[in-house]
Design a protein around this ligand. Structure first.
Ligand code: GDP
Length: 440
């Protein structure tokens, strides 16, 4: 994946810095140059790159660092934090409120992925238990009604639209009224797009906005425009009250980094990224999680959220895990849930250290998890519950019993230790930065 290449270049630069025998101005300049090149390849604007380099340089003062300080770790942390800052507008995104009808209006240019994202978001809220509905107010594009209706049927989400209605404002108003009366908690309104930022489009958007009074306006934009996203986002922001952004097609182009950083620079929070053409291909966007995944550090917070999403957690189990009592049994339950979630490549990126394993690339992830499940099945109850500690002879027995290689049992045990650390109180993503590059 193109985004992974981008991340690999930055992680390699960090690893090279970590492995260099001495840390001096030259090492740092080389690191900054490599990070800058990677950002530039992802179409991040030069002014943002220069600003980031300056910020990093201002925080790393080699001559003022006392002897014995772990310079490599400090530098890695500074770079990690600055990458997050680059993608973070520092604005808290809107969230729906229970007990009322939350109206969400979608805007964007034609072809950006608006209609697709409307369904993806409706599906997202429906899965979370919200009573959700969709309204088609795109009377401009022939086929928009049929497309949304088809998606709604597929996702089993109530839908309002009219093929004969030619007035988008009337269509939006009627749809919202109907679902409000029915007590829908989330009403998502799809509006028309145009090929260009024409005045006609902006006029129509603000008319609909005035009539339906949305609680949130989501602007959808195609990531392949890279840093040009800045001008587009600004143009929409000045016409309607854009509350948040969805960036689509992050799966297929190399300019995603440019688009995300450009949107962040407009102070609009990105809430999701679209990562494919199918309904579940919508990922919550969070700058810290994104950078963690990009650098192959995993995303424990994202993983926890995803697991919680699928199965309401047993509060005792979560409490125990966060207190550091993470057992092979917890791991087994999580793998079971994860295997029901698919697509595995995306989930694997959330595991610390796992996304870099060659055997998990290219659709092999499910096989690997299945192998891990077989190994866990060969453990005794005492081993699963942590009453018996792992040792080489146990690991050998488990490997034989499961028909897997002892190396895999070792990998699984390492993975469990990582999870344990991550779940401990006070752990989490900020600690991941320190663990990157081998923890020198
Ligand atoms: P709209 O005109 O803005 O409503 O755009 P559509 O929702 O009709 O999407 C335009 C095209 O982009 C369609 O072929 C979608 O399948 C595709 N698309 C939308 N989102 C994504 C995405 O995240 N990834 C990929 N690869 N394609 C997407």
């Amino acid at each position: 994946m193109v985004l992974a290449d981008w991340g690999n270049q930055i992680s390699s630069a960090l690893a090279a810095m970590s492995n260099s025998t001495i840390i001096n101005e030259e090492t740092i300049n080389h690191l900054l140059k490599e990070v800058g090149n990677a950002l530039s390849r992802a179409d991040v604007s030069m002014s943002l790159i220069i600003k980031m380099r300056k910020n990093i340089q201002a925080q790393i003062k080699l001559d003022q660092m006392a002897a014995g300080l772990n310079k490599r770790r400090i530098i890695r942390k500074v770079v990690f934090d600055e990458l997050i800052k680059l993608l973070d507008p520092g604005v808290t995104p809107w969230k729906p409120t229970k007990g009322k009808s939350n109206i969400i209006m979608f805007v964007g240019l034609q072809g950006a992925g608006k209609t697709t994202s409307v369904t993806k978001l409706a599906h997202f809220y429906k899965r979370k238990g919200w009573n959700t509905a969709m309204v088609c107010a795109d009377t401009f594009r022939a086929g928009a009604f049929a497309q949304l209706q088809h998606n709604a049927t597929k996702a089993k989400i109530p839908f309002y639209g009219s093929e004969s209605e030619k007035d988008p404002v009337a269509a939006a108003k009627k749809g919202v009224e109907i679902f409000r009366k029915e007590g829908a908690e989330i009403i998502i309104v799809d509006t028309s797009g145009r090929h260009k930022q024409e005045s006609e489009l902006f006029k129509e958007m603000s008319e609909i906005e005035t009539v339906i009074q949305p609680d949130n306006v989501i602007f959808v934009m195609d990531s392949s425009i890279g840093q040009a996203a800045y001008d587009q986002a600004m143009a929409f922001k000045t016409s309607v009250k854009v509350g948040s952004v969805i960036i689509t097609k992050m799966d297929g182009n190399s300019k995603g980094g440019g688009a995300i950083s450009a949107v962040a620079a407009t102070q609009s929070p990105i809430i999701f990224i679209g990562s494919g053409e199918h309904i579940p291909d919508l990922e919550i966007f969070n700058p810290t999680s994104f950078v963690s995944k990009l650098l192959g550090l995993g995303d424990v917070n994202g993983m926890v959220e995803m697991i919680q999403d699928v199965v309401p957690p047993d509060p005792n189990a979560w409490k125990e895990m966060s207190e550091g009592n993470f057992t092979f049994r917890n791991m087994k339950q999580q793998f079971q849930q994860i295997m029901n979630m698919g697509p595995i490549e995306k989930i694997v990126q959330m595991f610390p250290g796992m996304s870099n394993m060659p055997m998990l690339q290219g659709g092999e992830g499910n096989l690997k998890l299945k192998a891990y499940m077989t190994i866990l099945d060969s453990m005794t109850d005492d081993e699963l519950d942590g009453k018996k500690q792992m040792n080489p002879s146990r690991m050998l027995r488990i490997a034989r019993g499961s028909g897997r290689h002892p190396r895999e049992v070792g990998e699984l045990t390492e993975q469990k230790k990582m999870f344990e650390k991550m779940f401990k109180k006070g752990g989490g993503l900020s600690n991941l930065a320190n663990m990157a590059g081998g923890g020198k």
